[in-house]
Design a protein around this ligand. Structure first.
Ligand SMILES: [Zn+2]
Length: 128
């Protein structure tokens, strides 16, 4: 991979990180607003709505935190020169995969293999 390509991925990842962080911040804001509202509400149905909303936001936050970590990992890999290298087989990750999802850590065949393993485990668990 050329230095230009790496810089381009770095730029994309930095933007992703910025977006995710501001989304998380606004979700958090929303959550504390809801919290303040709950105190004033006497209606149980409304409280349930606020509660459901809050659970939803917590899930969003969790998912975003996971993504933020992935983006940070990808940026770290750019810094230490392992970006674009499959963590499973050590081969090159396909460029179209990286373009579609710069946080990806596996090449296509390893990813497919992993998904098949997961499907097997899942079936096996279901049989028990
Ligand atoms: Zn691989």
């Amino acid at each position: 991979m050329t230095k230009e390509q790496l810089n381009e991925y770095k730029r994309i990842l930095m933007n992703m990180l910025k977006d995710l962080q501001s989304e998380t911040a606004s979700a958090l804001n929303q959550m504390s607003n809801d919290e303040a509202n709950t105190l004033e509400l006497s209606d149980t149905a409304d409280k349930a709505t606020v509660e459901a909303n809050r659970n939803f936001l917590l899930r969003v936050k969790d998912r975003e935190r996971g993504l933020i970590n992935k983006v940070k990992d990808a940026l770290r890999r750019i810094e230490n020169g392992t970006f674009g290298i499959c963590e499973k087989c050590g081969g090159q990750i396909e460029e179209n995969r990286l373009d579609a999802r710069p946080v990806t850590t596996m090449c296509l065949s390893c990813k497919v293999e992993e998904e098949e393993e997961e499907a097997k485990t899942w079936k096996w668990n279901r049989k028990k």
